[in-house]
Write a protein that binds this ligand. Structure first.
Ligand code: PEP
Ligand code: MG
Length: 572
């Protein structure tokens, strides 16, 4: 048995498919026209540029006082190989003359080059075959960022096993045949995990090296709640888990019957339960599960899994479809939040030492006004078809809010000039997910109509713990008193300044946290739709005065160990 972090509940019983290891197989798909040739060539150039900058980043951080210079030589050799005109020419020739797709072209060119090196008599040169294979693997990895995993690739009841999955891998996953996935890296709040949850795919992440013991076609049981994966279980265990699966499905069905019950505490406070969504389909599913709208539309998902930026018209149609599916209920549209673990291959953000501290979200939008204003105009136009609100992510200071709002005003003026309608009363808010924003919530509240607390990033930035790094996953702890104090302060200041405060980070969907957050005064919770019934069940069975006591007690505790033990106890 392997234990990782259960991030998306449900039990899957199926066969393992080792994604990245098998991805290096030829697909045999030939290109039909010159446009395909141009697209595949562009993909190769992008993957090569990305690979070079990745290796350059490793070199920049390479410490020769503690590491051998041999390692540095190897990395430099990789840059040379990645820039080798021969490899490039061979790949492009296979694409343009033989009409092979870029994946197959790279596999074949690398395979031939590896063979060539292996056959060399010189021992040193012969050993370079491993380096060629290495850069080939890197190229294929970087190509797969945009590669859609085709339906026919998977047999029914497949459990994907991968080192990592990008958010776009998870988005394009064929959910008819793929019934679960497990990854070596990742944490509860890595974006692939969040998307798995919103798509209701049971998933376990951060399994570490032990995941490598799984072989293709191994029979697996994956429990997305406990994080356990059982490899080649016996018939008895399979039957036990089949029963567990049915019980889980029955409980879920029972909770779902709360769909039309209002989320009212026993002392009559109405709580707004909203869904975090990626598109109109998610909105529809969320309404079905009892969501009162969406507290977070992650618009970057529209920008992923494609080859170029979506146009204003494409974006308008997309946001309009979401607004219409919301049937008059509010939707908070978050402007583009790329960077960090959400990369757009066609956007070519140079590799950074610390992507989560780098060129990300509002920082990109304020720098690339062309992209930002296009998105704002599209959202504004869609606001004529529903109740949309706009939210800026990754705000760290007041200037960013003012700059973003000024561009929003320009977008409005452009629409007024051409007589395009939009909602003139549309509310504007920000995510509070950077400690400086939380600490200055009193100042920022004067600039906006609402706050939404993004605990996923707030936790990583407050505790200096990378949300993707499974080695330090135990340190990633939203129950740290420091994080909880920030959250309580933001809610308090929001209310003091009479603006709405919601939470759209994963903490909003953790049943252990519900009473505590209610006690802090939070009245708007946004989460993966699948979690709504369970949270509603807690709300309708508890009163605000009891929740306030929970809050007061927790605030007197000095460690997350004590806090989580107490919250666990009152939750059972
Ligand atoms: C957050 O940081 O809590 C959040 C909701 O945004 P994301 O997970 O998309 O970074
Ligand atoms: Mg965030």
């Amino acid at each position: 048995m392997i234990t990782g972090i259960g991030v998306s509940p449900g039990i899957s019983i199926g066969k393992a498919y080792l994604l990245h290891k098998q991805q290096a197989t030829l697909t045999g798909i030939l290109l039909l026209n010159d446009r395909d040739v141009a697209i595949e060539t562009e993909k190769f150039n992008n993957a090569a540029a990305l690979s070079i900058s990745e290796v350059e980043t490793i070199i920049a951080g390479y410490d020769t006082t503690t590491n051998s210079t041999e390692g540095l030589d190897i990395l430099e050799a990789h840059i040379e190989l990645l820039s080798d005109p021969q490899i490039k020419d061979d790949v492009i020739e296979k694409i343009s003359k033989e009409r092979k797709n870029v994946n197959d072209a790279v596999i074949e060119v690398i395979r031939d080059a590896v063979q060539l090196f292996k056959n060399m008599d010189d021992e040193y040169l012969s050993a370079r075959a491993a380096d060629v294979q290495d850069i080939g693997d890197r190229l294929l990895k970087n190509l797969s960022i945009t590669a859609k995993t085709p339906t026919q690739q998977y047999e029914p009841d497949t459990i994907i096993i991968a080192e990592d999955l990008t958010p776009s891998d998870t988005i394009s996953m064929d959910i008819i045949h793929v019934i679960g996935f497990a990854t070596l890296v990742g944490s509860r709040t890595s974006h692939a995990a969040i998307i798995a949850k919103s798509r209701c795919i049971p998933a376990v992440v951060g399994c570490g090296e032990q995941l490598n013991s799984i072989k293709n076609n191994d029979m697996l049981i994956l429990d997305g709640q406990t994080g356990q994966i059982i490899i080649t279980p016996d018939q008895n265990t399979i039957e036990q888990y089949q029963i567990k699966r049915e019980t889980w499905l029955a409980q879920t069905a029972q909770l779902r019957s709360l769909k039309d019950t209002p989320a009212l505490t026993t002392d009559g406070t109405i709580i707004n339960l909203l869904a975090n969504i990626g598109d109109a389909g998610d909105m529809e599913q969320a309404i079905d599960l009892g969501a009162e709208g969406s507290g977070l539309l992650r618009t970057e998902l529209l920008f992923m899994g494609r080859d170029a930026l979506p146009t204003e018209q494409e974006q308008f149609e997309f946001y309009k479809a979401v607004a219409q599916k919301a049937k008059g209920k509010p939707v908070i549209v978050r402007t583009l939040d790329i960077g960090g673990d959400k990369q757009l291959p066609y956007f070519n953000i140079p590799a950074e030492q610390n992507p989560f501290l780098g060129y990300r979200a509002i920082r990109i939008c304020l720098d690339r006004k062309d992209i930002f204003i296009t998105q704002l105009k599209a959202i504004l136009r869609a606001s004529a078809f529903g109740k949309l609100k706009i939210m800026f992510p990754m705000i760290s200071n007041i200037q960013e809010i003012r700059a973003a709002k000024a561009i929003l005003e320009e977008a409005k003026e452009e629409l007024i000039k051409v007589n395009l309608p939009f909602d003139k009363t549309l509310l504007v808010g920000i995510m509070i997910e950077i400690p400086s924003a939380a600490i200055t919530a009193d100042l920022l509240a004067k600039e906006v109509d609402f706050f939404s607390i993004g605990t996923n990033d707030l936790c990583q930035y407050t505790l200096a713990v990378d949300r993707m790094n499974e080695k330090i996953k135990d340190l990633y702890d939203p129950y740290n008193p420091g994080v909880l104090r920030l959250i309580a302060y933001v809610i308090e200041q929001g209310h003091k300044h009479h603006i709405e405060v919601g939470m759209c980070g994963e903490l909003a969907s953790d049943p252990k946290a519900t009473l505590l957050l209610l006690g802090m005064g939070l009245t708007e919770f946004s989460m993966s739709a699948i979690a709504i019934p369970q949270i509603k069940n807690i709300i309708i069975n508890n009163g605000l005065s009891a929740a306030k006591q929970v809050h007061q007690r927790v605030m007197k505790m000095d460690s997350s160990t004590a806090i989580t033990a107490y919250l666990q106890e009152i939750n059972t």
